[in-house]
Design a protein around this ligand. Structure first.
Ligand SMILES: Nc1ncnc2c1ncn2[C@@H]1O[C@H](COP(=O)(O)OP(=O)(O)OP(=O)(O)O)[C@@H](O)[C@H]1O
Ligand SMILES: [Mg+2]
Length: 285
């Protein structure tokens, strides 16, 4: 596990596993919104092939901005990457359009699900196959999605607007899978869902990871759940990575437990106020 040495701007993120090839490498990116608001202040992270990596942190930490920077969805938000680089399998991808990225196997499921409300679940799923030509492959993929999400099969003819929040989240993930991705960026899959539905969604994510070898980079405020399913985690605060490590280590780390998992009576305003971070800061100073 590593803790960023303040006031360093970038985190020297230790590779989650040296033995597994790195699929995505984000290297010291800065993001500015509206030409003036510096939101990401040098974020580095790595996603090895076939793993689940979580970006954790509270409101406004920069999780969504990081995912948007990777999938090149900042433009619509008047944001831009002004420093650093993003590489997929060693190739720079900052200038690829979101559609080109989908063709390269990277797709983002946005925060808030974004299903087409007036389309049925099945029609929504089929919109995810827009980059593919073969009808046979699309049909086979649809069956595969239904195998992972049996709830979607039973609701296939229902308008998305009349399905539950959990079903809409499943629909959004299922639609992404229709593009046959190698990597899915998942923004707050647990948002607004009841705990057992969150568990159901995460179980399917884990299944897709294990059986289909889909790599996931997910952003979550639900630290507890994310660390239960992820292999590796990065904790962000105020546009920086403040700590990263194997999920198991982070889950048992006293500072993380105190600040993010609600263990101990901390009224801390910042992760940097937790005890050993401060201690470490003194060591590193
Ligand atoms: N389009 C935008 N224009 C200006 N500032 C923005 C824009 N989008 C986000 N921000 C700011 O960037 C910072 C990081 O926001 P971001 O949405 O990346 O955080 P987050 O970690 O995803 O938070 P949450 O958990 O609430 O979704 C916040 O201070 C936010 O106000
Ligand atoms: Mg967000």
């Amino acid at each position: 596990m590593s803790i960023s040495s303040p006031p360093a701007v970038t985190t020297a993120a230790s590779p989650p596993s040296a033995a597994v090839p790195v699929l995505l490498n984000v290297n010291g990116i800065e993001v500015i919104y509206n030409h003036v608001i510096l939101v990401l202040k040098g974020v580095s992270l790595q996603v090895p092939e076939g793993r689940i990596v979580a970006i954790l942190g509270g409101n406004g930490a920069g999780k969504t901005t990081t995912l948007r920077a990777i999938s090149n969805l900042l433009k619509g938000e008047r944001g831009e990457v002004t420093k650093g680089s993003i590489e997929l399998q060693g190739e720079r991808i900052e200038n690829l359009s979101p559609a080109d990225l989908v063709k390269r196997g990277v797709i983002q499921v946005m925060e808030g699900r974004h299903c087409f409300a007036h389309l049925t679940i099945e029609e929504n799923l089929l919109t995810g196959a827009y980059t593919r030509k073969s009808k046979g492959e699309i049909a086979a993929n649809l069956e595969k999605v239904y195998n992972y999400f049996p709830r979607l099969k039973t609701r296939r003819t229902s308008q998305a607007a009349y399905t539950s929040g959990g079903e809409q989240q499943m629909c959004a993930i299922g639609r992404a899978l229709m593009a046959n991705p190698s990597m899915v960026l998942l923004d707050e899959p647990s948002m607004g869902l009841a705990p057992q539905i969150v568990e159901e969604v995460f179980n399917i994510v884990k299944d897709l990871n294990t059986r289909e070898k889909v790599t996931f980079l997910l952003a979550e405020q639900n630290t507890n759940m994310a660390l239960k399913y992820a292999d590796y985690g990065y904790i962000m605060e105020s546009g920086r990575v403040v700590m990263d490590g194997a999920a198991r280590e982070l889950a048992s780390n006293e500072d993380v437990k105190e600040f993010y998992l609600g263990v101990g009576g901390g009224e801390r305003k910042s992760f940097k106020d937790v005890k050993s971070y401060k201690r470490r800061k003194r060591w590193l100073a």
